[in-house]
Design a protein around this ligand. Sequence first.
Ligand SMILES: *Cc1c(COP(=O)(O)O)cnc(C)c1O
Length: 389
Amino acid sequence: MSIPITKVLFGDEELRSVQLPLESGWVVQGPYVKEFEDEFSRQTGAGASIATSSCTTALHIAVAALGLKPGDEVIVPSFTWVATANVVEYMGATPIFCDIDPATFNIDTNLLPALVTERTVGIIPVHLFGAAAEMAPIQELARARGLWIVEDAACGFGTWYGGKHVGTFGEAGCFSFHPRKSITTGEGGMITTDGAEMERLSRSLRDHGASRSDHDRHTSQGSFLLSDYDLLGFNFRMTDIQGALGCAQLKRAATILDGRRARAARYDELLAKLEWFRPQTIPVGSVHGYQAYVGLFAPEEPSLTNIAELNALRNALMARLEASGIATRPGTHAPPFLGYYRAKYGYRSEDFPGAHIAEQLSLALPLFPQLTDAEQDTVCAALTEGLNG
Ligand SMILES: *Cc1c(COP(=O)(O)O)cnc(C)c1O
């Protein structure tokens, strides 16, 4: 593909960073993970950051720390990566899908109150593609009904809402450093929290339930004593090789985010006259982190009746772009319509029209800081001709 959907931005600093743990010999969770966590807290304003092996394991730890159990219900959006719902299933609890607004691709907060039952314990809002979910009404509802909030901020690094970085609005925020996200450690994740108990439990649960970390043990007296294990924990640790890479990526974060935002602004400008392309909208007073640049393919107003026809047109457009070397993708998928959830809960497309429209008609364009003006012009020209092609 001559213009890929994304590209990682690694330089000499990243190449050097991964050598450092190999030279010291400390390759599992250790000093570089700690440095990565501290710098992540500094850049996001979080009280504490706890690195994990992925965003999925970060979410798993967060809901486990909150005591999620069978019989509980957790509200999650119907259009998101499947991991958001899966972590609820891992705990034996039930995800209750809330439909999304195809303009924002995020949870439709108007639909939330009706989904709260006596079994509801929490909400996992998602900041999809780096666009903040509307947190004010979510926080209001959570407060009124005594629910916890775990933000799925997998795509949310560099996303701000009301002057605060996302991941700092609820009991915990969970970030991803997969290569499809803005900064990457290969695989990797982070939990952010202002809660002392959430921090303590997260540190313990990622490390088999240990009451003391290896780093603490090895840097204090009594290192010969094994830790106690009071909780049923996991091995969801980040390696120090990933931690070192994360430190190098955070040093470059402003450049990466500025580059992504500049490319996104240029798409907005170049595509403004394309009536069929509706870029994702964001809440007033928020800042888009642009993990991805996604819009809705809408040559006519999408509804459940014309969606199959519009989807065929979108796919034909994507195929023509692919043939000219331009990678595009659907934004993401709708978990209730995936095999596991359909089989278990019997969902139909009509149950979540917003998610159905978003899944069938979203279109992600190539976005990465190294994308040149010429490449972007090529993408926009192909899109402009695309519908007539
Ligand atoms: C990428 C993503 C995840 C999963 O992150 P991993 O680090 O790959 O586990 C979860 N939720 C959303 C919304 C994502 O985009």
